[in-house]
Design a protein around this ligand. Sequence first.
Ligand SMILES: [Zn+2]
Length: 332
Amino acid sequence: MQRLVFATVWQFIQTSALGGAVTMGLISPLVAQEKLSVLIIDGQNNHVMWPKTTAMMKSYLEQSGRFQVDVQRTRFTWKGGKLLGQYALLDGVDYEELAEPKSDPSFQPKFEKYDVVLSNFGWKAAPWPKETQEAFESYVRHGGGLVVVHAADNSFGSWPEFNEMIGLGGWDGRNESSGPYVYLDKSEELVRDESPGRGGSHGPQHEFQIVIRDAEHPITKGLPRAWMHVKDELYQQLRGPANNMTILATAFADPRYKGTGRHEPMLMTVTYEQGRIFHTPMGHDDGAMSCVGFITTLLRGTEWAATGAVTLTDVPADFPKPDQPSRRDFKD
Ligand SMILES: [Zn+2]
């Protein structure tokens, strides 16, 4: 009987999507994990590549074998342009591209169905309906995961609980009333700087080095201490409540590129009651998201936000070097 059960499970695995990985010896059949469910939310973002970057992140997550990904988009979209057709969701929703962002009363995702929510909203996204905000707060408060990518930390500057979740943010009215600037100074000491000023800025895009500051966290454990990121915007002067926040990595904002001369936070975790948040300010566009360092930390950070642990511990062979970036082509 035991053998019969085993044979049945084995046949199932061989005929399932995991079959290839099992055959290659990558996954032991009896410890194959259930996939984590991810909801990517988007629809309004000043970063015009957003329909493509949503497709890229969905693809990266699913190709890892660890995640199953749904996308939910506001019915009123902004700055999606022609890419909305190229990366259409084909979900039967009658989308309407508008000249200005507008709140969508029908945007009511079932957050609780998912292990983790990834925001690809951006600057100037219109506020969600009140009940959606409350459902989202409840979801994260009770242990839901959240991943914040690049301009997702520009959204909703006047939503206090969202600012608690993201830890640090920029633009959309953020200033000294939002919370301190947080960074490492020249002597690499952690500073919470209450001085007045804008929240969020960046100089011209360039390649910059990411330096791990917490090598024991599951998201960063085993990664090289430093790697060169591809050309991207280096977010600096982010500010916010920064409560229960850990800085896992930083990048030096070089004054030659209009930088602050500080080591700015680049990978962060935040806990919000029972919820876990992973925040990466990297990822301005499709080029920035082709960085193997971005992809690797996105996968690890998403898994950690979902479960509090990381099983995707392999360091890819094409991981960037301290002085040399590494990118992967994205095929639609
Ligand atoms: Zn950007």
